[in-house]
Design a protein around this ligand. Sequence first.
Ligand SMILES: Nc1ncnc2c1ncn2[C@@H]1O[C@H](COP(=O)(O)OP(=O)(O)OP(=O)(O)O)[C@@H](O)[C@H]1O
Ligand SMILES: [Mg+2]
Length: 370
Amino acid sequence: MNTRPPQGECGMYLDVKGITKSYRDNTVLDKLDFSVLKGELVSLLGPSGCGKTTLLRMVAGLVSADSGTIRLAEREVTTLPAHRRNVSVVFQNYALFPHLNVRENVGFGLSARGMTKAQQKVPVEEALALVRMEQYADRPISALSGGQQQRVAVARALVVAPDLLLLDEPFSALDRKLRETMQVELKALLRSRGITAVFVTHDQEEALAVSDRIAVMNAGRIEQYGGPMDLYSKPATSFVLDFVGMSMRLAGTVKSAEGRLLRISTAYGDITAPGNFIAGARVLVGVRPELISPGLPQGSPEATNRVTATLSDVMCLGAKTLIYGAASGDDCLVCEESGAYAIGLPSAGSPVTFGWRVEDTLVYPAEHRQ
Ligand SMILES: Nc1ncnc2c1ncn2[C@@H]1O[C@H](COP(=O)(O)OP(=O)(O)OP(=O)(O)O)[C@@H](O)[C@H]1O
Ligand SMILES: [Mg+2]
């Protein structure tokens, strides 16, 4: 059944264009564009209140847009009611029906479409088998664990063969271990069925784990939309730098700009960085901790930055060790070494040098910092 799926006129399966939504004077979504390819697993990632759920519910048809359009599987669905969009939603609290058992919950969408219990039998059994819940079919919902309820919610969403599956923080009620298991399971399941899905999450690790692409949202806008590695290694804004992964962050002022090489003064010494700023500009310097060495990194010394501070903490986290320098204000001096690196480090209170390559230095306008 590997037919070429409909991608819409511009190649997009879901295509949200210029969506705006306000509640009184609160603009929740601001001329937002967002698109998904058929079969893609995409996450909307952002802090609480940035508009993730509103966007998801709008795609589902549960919230209306003030302006803009939504197309899905070659249909304009902007004003279509939810039940005519063929979109399934897995809600954060699963929203299972407590008075129905597992089988009845899973069959609910099929009943709503007029299927008899006999007609539902095969698809419901299939959906339960997909999430390995066949043996629980006759259980009441109250007799299930959180992970089992999550599986039932997924089976209920998939049984109707939706064009698009939307999941709003689907793992947030589960403990860390189960959450990680469910992420792996669900991703494999959606992949094997070629299902197109949008996850909402505020957990960056979850987004990185389950997604082909991640849209990082901030205050009703998408700041960057790209693959996990793109977001991590080339954050487009200081917000993305902060929100996805850890970083060393230093406030600075551009002293001179020659070609695309900047000389920037920070509270810990001057550094060199690629970028397009004028002298006098206030900037935020960012570097990923694993690209920094407590000493000097491999590579040519002339292309190397170094700042010096007082060692304030060493955290051994098993697979990695974080080394912190004392920093002022919003600055953060941190580098990461793999393994239990503490051997040979000076003790807290000693001077420590953080070194990294010029080309690994990211520079953003200071005023864009959130
Ligand atoms: N029905 C509503 N009436 C008024 N304001 C609303 C309504 N629904 C959402 N909002 C507001 O819109 C903003 C975005 O809400 P939304 O639920 O989309 O955020 P979110 O990104 O999903 O956050 P969280 O991570 O906390 O779930 C919030 O400021 C919220 O208060
Ligand atoms: Mg939400």
